[in-house]
Design a protein around this ligand. Structure first.
Ligand code: ZN
Ligand code: ZN
Length: 141
């Protein structure tokens, strides 16, 4: 899942933090209530109405549902998203907070026209990786 820009808070915490107040994430709960259920495939695209292979159990015993959740901007999360923010925040990398910022700002995530992986593309049609490959081919020819 590391390669998927749009996969939010798919983390595997090793420690349990003292629960913190997550009321600042009420906007996130609102957005989550509008998500669609489905299953995240290997290229980071959610297939709606499909269950994933099973549930994930957190180190503290909290269990996820067996589906992923697709936000309207193309990002995906799991049912433990708020639990991680509440009880495992010290292990959430900065990159996840950056994704949260993007989500709050409504930054769109779309499939790259070449590799189909869902990325934060900005004004581009292809992801940085695919754009990079194209440049290398042009140089060597
Ligand atoms: Zn937990
Ligand atoms: Zn690509």
């Amino acid at each position: 899942m590391d390669d998927d820009d749009n996969a939010l808070l798919y983390i595997y915490p090793k420690n349990i933090d003292v629960k913190r107040d997550v009321s600042e994430y009420s906007w996130l709960k609102d957005l989550f209530s509008k998500t669609k259920e489905g299953s995240l495939n290997y290229i980071g695209i959610v297939v709606e109405g499909v269950c994933s292979m099973g549930v994930h159990t957190c180190i503290c015993g909290e269990m996820s549902t067996s589906v992923d959740y697709l936000f309207q901007n193309g990002m995906v999360t799991n049912s433990l998203y708020l639990h991680y923010l509440e009880s495992h925040y010290s292990e959430i990398p900065q990159s996840e907070y950056n994704k949260l910022d993007n989500l709050q700002q409504g930054v769109k995530y779309n499939p790259c026209s070449k590799c189909r992986r869902v990325k934060c593309l900005g004004k581009y049609k292809r992801c940085a990786k695919c754009r990079g490959k194209k440049l290398i081919i042009q140089k060597s020819s």
